[in-house]
Design a protein around this ligand. Sequence first.
Ligand code: URA
Length: 276
Amino acid sequence: MTELSAERLQKVIANAGVASRRHAEELIATGHVMVNGEVVTTMGVKVTPKDEIQVDGVPLNKEKKRYFLFYKPRGVITAVTDDKKRAVVTDYFADVREHVYPVGRLDYDTSGLLIMTNDGEFANMLMHPSFKVDKKYVAKVQGIPTRAQMMPLRDGLVVDHKKLAPARFNIMSSDKDKQTAIVSLTIHQGINHQVKKMFQTLGFPVMKLSRTEYGPLNLEGLVSGEHRPLRQAELTALRDMAAAASPEATAARRKKPVSREGWAQAKRKRETARKK
Ligand code: URA
């Protein structure tokens, strides 16, 4: 544990793709990490490539990369640990040896589709602001909105003094007795509590919320609390979408317009991934 050309332990663990930086800190604090055979629980320890680091007995860089689609239940925190011992998403991965963690977050009271992985590079790619994947939510709202009342969503609502990107919506059903409606909303941004804030702004507070789609992924075949590995075609589709949205690809497109066939091909690929 020399100081020479050394890096912080939590950074090394995160860079190895085992966990996010915050999760790495939690793993250290809770005694999961050994350096050269000794358990380290304090922050600030620095390591060099010569040091042998193990997480739960598994040498760093030896963890197999895993990718899961998880149906997060309502009443579960999108975190790997909780001080107050409330249920967290990793409780549902006791059968998975690798240290998977959530990509992005869903609120405690929101259910639905969450990607879990131990591949830091993949997680960063999906969370990069340039990656504008469509995310579909289904909300039960208080009140029965008309299409006209929802139309501001199409232009881009102003929430917290920020103009949001245009969103798509569909009023799926309504209950006149209870004065509630089920409305789907598709967005590609990821601002905190965005969907709830959008409906609140329109005067229809969210009573229940679920994320049902994420790019080519949906919850088909899963019940709340279940997970399944991502299929190779789904991983490829997400990677292709991220690559196409990268600043490099955008700059290249500005120089060379994408052909009609190019767009059609990308669309076919997405649809194939969705069906598989
Ligand atoms: N928007 C919200 O308001 N909550 C979520 O959990 C996700 C999106």
